[in-house]
Structure formats: structure tokens, C-alpha cells
Ligand binder design. Sequence first.
Ligand code: ADP
Ligand code: MG
Ligand code: MG
Length: 242
Amino acid sequence: MLRVEDLAVEIGGRRILQGVSLEAGPGELHVVMGPNGAGKSTLLNTIMGLRRYRVVSGRVLLQGEDITGRPVYERARMGVALAHQFPPALKGLTLRELVSAMERVYGSARDVEWAAEILDVEKFMDRPLFAGMSGGERKRVELYLTVLQRPRVALLDEPDSGVDIETLERIEELLVGLRERGVLVLLVSHTMYMLEKLADRGAIDRVHVMVAGRLVASGPPGEVFRELRRAGFQGIARAHAG
Ligand code: ADP
Ligand code: MG
Ligand code: MG
């Protein structure tokens, strides 16, 4: 469904990604891990098609179609959604107003009631976005807005960073719910507490390790987590290079 082929990406003339390939199908959860600055966000933003990310070589395919040159809105229409992508003009609306505007585009919010319940967003409905929300509250609302877009491919960039344990458990349930509903999730996360729980539930299909713009390991979670504990990111990168 999603295929990234030998991708090289530059930002402002500087090479950020090199030789990145991965493949993921519907209903799969793939995790991208790696140190700060490795290029994880760059990978997600490039798949979404954000303009400052220049694809120097390689391709991104969605359902067999080459979307490498396609603008963001076309990818969005094809079902790709990136958490965090909300036009600043929408700020100042209440969540209820935004949800109702989105319903005209995406269909009734009742269809994703399951996600509203897991994320417990009802209490935010009449508050302006994102005024006075804690980090965790904001993450929950952002995830809900992502689900409202009915993504086929959900690109989630650290939806779990800086949130408390209760919120982490909600995010874990949401990820399981998306996967069970056939959504392909590409998740960037550092939160081993949550990742190990997801892996124990059999909810992670593959883990990719990115170091310095390259994928230096890809495999099932048990295997990759074991290597990470043994060798760390840099150890895996050295073994990959050698
Ligand atoms: P990660 O998400 O793994 O922490 P990023 O993809 O954000 O890494 O960043 C990868 C590299 O690209 C870093 O060296 C970062 O400084 C650089 N970078 C990211 N965004 C920009 C930008 N807009 N302009 C210049 N360099 C950038
Ligand atoms: Mg792979
Ligand atoms: Mg990042």
C-alpha cells in the first residue's frame, strides 16, 4: 500500500535522508525510532509531501501509484494524514465548530465515536483550540482531528511525547483501534513503555531504526528492541555500516 523506494531528501540544499526504503500494508503499525535529528520527521513530512522537503532521488508510492511529485492536498485526498497539520487560520474555533466543519468534508463524526471515547475529547468540545490545553490534552485533540480525516495512512510524529501515563494508555488504545480498522500507521516514538506494551499485544508489525538519515535496521519488534538494548542506536548503525 505504501512503498518508499531508495529515497534521498534535501532540505535547503542539505542532504537529510539517504537510501531510505520501506514497505507497509493496510492495518499495519510500523514504528520509526532513532536519535534526535536522525531524519524521522523528515521521512514523515516527505511522505506527506510538505514542500520544503526536496526529493533528490527515489520514489514514494501509494497503492502502486507514484505520488512523489504530488502536492499535499492530493495526498490528503488519497487518504494520507499527518498529525499536527492544522491550518493556523482554524485556531480560535472551538473543537465542536472545527469538527462540524470537518464533517462536511469527511462525513459524520459518529463514525469515529470509538476514537472520541478512547481519547476522551467530549469535554474539550466547547473550548477554543488549543487555548490553555496541557501538552497531553492537545495531543489527544490532535489525534482525534487526525482520525476524523479517516486516514488510510496515518503519519504520527511523536504523538506520545511528554504525556502522562493515563494519556499514554489512551494513545496505545487508539493505535490498536486504528490498526484493527485497517489503517496503516507510521509512528515515530521514543516511548519504550508504550512500545513494549504494544509489542506484547502483537500490535507492532515492524520497527525501523533511523540513524543519520539512513534506515540501519528494520524488523519485528522483539528482534529490534533486543538489538537496541544490546547495542544502542549507534551500535546498530556501526554494525549496519560494517
Ligand atoms: P528527527 O525527527 O529524527 O529528530 P528531523 O527530521 O527533524 O529529525 O531532522 C533531521 C535533520 O534535518 C536535522 O539535522 C535537522 O536539523 C535538519 N532539519 C530539519 N528541518 C530542517 C529545516 N527546516 N531546515 C534545515 N534543516 C532542517
Ligand atoms: Mg523494511
Ligand atoms: Mg522529529
